[in-house]
Design a protein around this ligand. Structure first.
Ligand code: GDP
Ligand code: MG
Length: 397
């Protein structure tokens, strides 16, 4: 077994416990062989830990047998098990490990599951050790209908967003279309052919910087697991998205046919004015293409969103997708145009403030981006934005 960053694991466990609350009494990572890799209990003394390892060990054979059976069938292993004192959630964490959460017997597992999958995904990446992993577990919102309406009203009444704001960007689409590859390519600049299936969701952060514009847009990227066993968690993970990238694989017809389904899912729970883009990935596989660029365009037009074709493998148009989104956001939030760069001021909570010369650059960006974006040129939306930009520019010069 290679080196495992246990400090990182513990930090992650602490976050997990903090977000779930008192009902989560212990967290363990266990190998497929039943060996405990690490454990954290709420009362952090050795005796307590032994007690939980004991409680767990009595179940280990039974549960691992079931999980092993699921593993062998190639399906995802996650399940609950109740004793009179505790509820256990067993969740596969990579192919070799299981995350075991020991909860108070009164706990409602449905409230805990979104965090469990997040934690399990991070555990597998920490053990993998190849890329940096943040131990931070963000809040996952489980809203009632009323809360949803309240939140939307708050959104309409709230102050405009500053460049300090972090935009929640959700990658959605069928399993295996390349969502994780796209995110990893953009965030880490790499492509691997053996990404483990995402468990629940995977989160990373990235700032899209425009040096010439003196500004940037920060993204928190939520890479959703598209497998249907996570279906009931999708609304929890997608709530509050401000950006959505709907991905399909140009060599997989079914993934294209499911785009509308994904569009409906995200628009139902996202905030108003979500920036959406449709991405046809794997253009390097042109020989086995079964969805034409025209079809992609046509569908995007119908949904009134933009279309781009990418390859996470060859890095084609990857940065452009995110740049395009960031520009949309800047464009939607331009507040004021000052004449020189030196006048540029940034108040707390203000929108993006850019100078006239910068506005020109922004215009250039938009024009450049238009070339990449298939089928966007003739959508009304882009012209509207360009017209607004031109109007601002005219008044100021
Ligand atoms: N040829 C090619 N393969 C890709 C591309 N993007 C992803 N893949 C492969 O498709 C498979 C699924 O990718 P993954 O990112 O895990 O998909 P996800 O389930 O949507 O997250 C992996 O084997 C990737 O290596 C691409 O642009 N071109
Ligand atoms: Mg994935």
């Amino acid at each position: 077994m290679s080196y495992i960053d246990k400090d990182k694991l513990r930090a992650l466990f602490k976050w997990y416990m903090q977000e779930v609350g008192e009902i989560l009494v212990s967290v363990l990572v266990v190998g497929r062989d039943g060996l405990v890799i690490d454990i954290l209990t709420r009362e952090s003394d050795k005796l307590e830990e032994k007690k939980f390892i004991g409680a767990f060990s009595s179940l280990v054979e039974l549960v691992l047998k079931k999980l092993t059976h699921d593993f062998d069938l190639g399906t995802f292993g996650a399940g609950t098990f109740d004793t009179d004192k505790y509820r256990f959630i067993f969740c596969e964490s990579g192919s070799e490990y299981v995350l075991v959460s020991i909860l108070n017997h009164t706990a409602l597992v449905d409230d805990v599951f979104p965090y469990t999958y997040l934690t399990a995904d991070k555990v597998s990446r920490i053990i993998d050790g190849e890329l940096p992993v943040s131990p931070v577990i963000p809040k996952v919102k489980r809203d009632t209908e009323l809360e949803k309406i309240k939140r939307k009203m708050e959104y309409y009444q709230s102050k405009p967003h500053s460049p300090e704001y972090v935009y929640k960007l959700s990658l959605i689409g069928d399993n295996k279309v390349g969502k994780t590859s796209l995110a990893q390519r953009y965030v880490h600049g790499i492509f691997k052919t053996d990404y483990k299936a995402t468990i629940g969701t995977y989160i990373s952060k990235k700032e899209c910087e425009f040096k010439e514009l003196g500004t940037s847009v920060r993204f928190m990227i939520w890479d959703l697991a598209g497998q249907s066993q996570f279906e009931r968690l999708w609304p929890d993970y997608l709530t509050d998205s401000r950006v959505g990238i709907i991905v399909f694989d140009i060599s997989n017809r079914a993934s294209f046919e499911h785009v509308k389904k994904w569009y409906d899912i995200i628009t139902r729970v996202a905030l108003p004015h979500i920036v959406l883009i449709l991405v046809g990935n794997k253009v390097d596989l042109n020989a086995s293409r079964v969805v034409s660029a025209e079809e992609g365009m046509e569908l995007a037009k119908k949904l009134k969103i933009y279309y781009m074709e990418t390859s996470a493998k060859t890095n084609e148009n990857i940065d452009d997708v995110f740049e395009w989104i960031a520009l949309q956001i800047i464009n939607m939030n331009i507040e004021e145009v000052k004449d020189t760069l030196f006048d540029k001021q940034m108040e707390e909570g203000s929108k993006f403030v850019i100078s006239s010369p910068q506005l020109k650059i922004l215009n250039q960006y938009f024009t450049k981006q238009l070339d990449y974006c298939i089928g966007k040129g003739d959508t009304k939306e882009i012209f509207k934005h360009l017209d607004i930009l031109k109007a601002i520019e005219k008044n100021k010069l």
